[in-house]
Ligand binder design. Structure first.
Ligand SMILES: NC(=O)C1=CN([C@@H]2O[C@H](COP(=O)(O)OP(=O)(O)OC[C@H]3O[C@@H](n4cnc5c(N)ncnc54)[C@H](O)[C@@H]3O)[C@@H](O)[C@H]2O)C=CC1
Ligand SMILES: N[C@@H](CC=O)C(=O)O
Length: 428
């Protein structure tokens, strides 16, 4: 019989248990597809006594993930614990040092230590695969590293955090509050162990840094990602944006130009009738643009047990078939260091402000914007029962520096209450 591929799985939470279930359910299918049995030999998690709804009695239990990663009867270390330090990092390093291959769903680990780990893997003849780390069940890593490898990639963008998209779209669809929806994301298995990573845009920023590395042949540079989460998005913004024909998304964009490598993960307005604008719930979408392909749009479930375990299994099966590809699509030592672009391309902006309802107030706003070189494209003032009017402005294209200057000037008018909300409108 052909030698089985033996897995050691560290982490038996949402994703880990999903992987165990697929291996148990599809043993014959997996063997037929790869020509060899794919088996679990050992597992590890924090609590050995917990009922996880699936039998683990056939697998050796290791309390220490490092011991699991270096066992003689483990060919592939499957890291599904999370975290960029501690056991996830230590056990991954130990697995690579022992010449094991690694499959992980851990975007934080790779966005922060990916270059070092990729170099270690290559030095030891191992591979690291991480399809599940970006956009859950969508095969985006495979698309970039393999199917689209003949393209010069010009831009990668998308919605890559299921939690944020679920919260933003459900707030609009149901009028339910942020806290209830956040709780629901936990039940759906979307949330990171530290959910601030989700709503703070950090998780999606990790994913963008990984895609940018593969797309542009650069070392993963998470520190260069301009990050902003969805915490300050109010239901009024969601409703007003809809009224103007837009939807708010936590949108990632990575592109290289003469200005350097631009990477940003920020809440943006996108046209409501665009594919990105129509994305609901935990669904993710990644748009890849290249010189030969023009544009490819990938859409699918971005989080949760089944989709993420499916992506892990795709990597495991590639290893079983003998497919060995550099971590970021080219040898780690050939990845370049690209300077970070300091400014994005000019774009229109959505600005919402609370304006004192008195003669001349609007004229002061127009003058403040005009002095900063920001031109008004559309404007609406909403009905109000108080002395403060909600005012929305959509600007013509301007740079972020011009917008900053305009916001400072607005604050100095004396007619704008509090800080205006300003969001970039992404042209697709
Ligand atoms: N849940 C999802 O939809 C997705 C998760 N991921 C990534 O997959 C990884 C796992 O995520 P989940 O399964 O959702 O997490 P989880 O919190 O449901 O499970 C984590 C598992 O790791 C174990 N663990 C944590 N720290 C440990 C330690 N120090 N020693 C031993 N075991 C430890 C826990 O006991 C638990 O079994 C993370 O890197 C996450 O970012 C990636 C894509 C989607
Ligand atoms: N927490 C993440 C899970 C997948 O990466 C999300 O909500 O998308």
């Amino acid at each position: 019989m052909t030698e089985p591929l033996r897995l050691g799985i560290a982490g038996l939470g949402t994703v880990g248990i999903g992987v165990v279930k697929i291996i148990r359910r599809h043993a014959a299918l997996l063997e037929a597809r790869t020509g060899r049995p794919v088996v679990i030999t050992a597992v590890s998690a924090r609590d050995a006594t917990k009922d996880r709804g699936v039998s683990l009695k056939d697998y050796a239990w290791e309390t220490d993930p490092v011991a699991l990663a270096t066992r003689d009867d483990v060919d592939v270390f499957v890291e599904l614990m999370g975290g960029h330090e501690g056991p996830a990092r230590l056990a991954t390093e130990a697995a690579l040092a022992a010449g094991k291959d690694v499959v992980t769903a851990n975007k934080a680990l790779l966005a922060i230590h990916g270059q070092d780990l990729a170099e270690r893997a290559e030095a030891n003849g191992s591979v690291i695969r991480f399809e599940a780390a970006v956009a859950g069940g969508i095969p985006v890593i495979k698309s970039l590293t393999e199917s689209l490898a003949g393209n010069e990639i010009t831009r990668v963008m998308g919605v890559m955090n299921g939690t944020c998209n679920y919260i933003l779209t459900q707030m609009e669809a149901t009028g339910r509050g942020y806290n209830a929806l956040f709780e629901e994301c936990g039940k759906l298995g979307y949330l990171e162990a530290d959910p601030l990573l989700d709503v703070g845009g950090i998780d999606a920023g990790h994913k963008l840094a990984l895609l940018a590395s593969i797309a542009f042949g650069t070392k993963p540079a998470f520190d260069d990602v301009k990050l902003e989460g969805i915490q300050r998005i109010a239901i009024e913004d969601i409703r007003h944006a809809a009224d103007m024909g837009y939807r708010i998304k936590l949108l990632g964009v990575a592109q290289r130009s003469a200005r350097g490598l631009e990477q940003r993960m920020t809440p943006c307005l996108v046209p409501a009738n665009s594919p990105l604008g129509q994305l609901e719930g935990g669904t993710n979408m990644v748009v890849i643009e290249g010189d030969a392909i023009e544009q490819v749009v990938l859409r699918g479930p971005g989080a949760g047990e089944g989709p993420t375990a499916s992506a892990v299994m795709g990597d495991v099966l590639d290893i079983a078939r003998g497919l060995r590809i550099s971590t970021f699509g080219q040898p780690a030592k050939t990845l370049s260091e690209e300077p970070a672009a300091q400014t994005g391309l000019p774009a229109p902006y959505y600005v919402r402000m609370a304006l004192q309802d008195k003669p001349g107030a609007l004229a002061k706003v127009a003058a403040a914007l005009g002095d900063a070189g920001v031109s008004i494209h559309r404007m609406r003032q909403y009905d109000h029962a108080t002395t403060v009017a909600p005012v929305l402005i959509v600007t013509h294209k301007c740079t972020s520096a011009m917008l900053e200057q305009a916001l400072e000037a607005l604050a100095a008018t004396g007619v704008v209450e509090g800080a205006p909300v300003a969001l970039r409108i992404e042209e697709l």
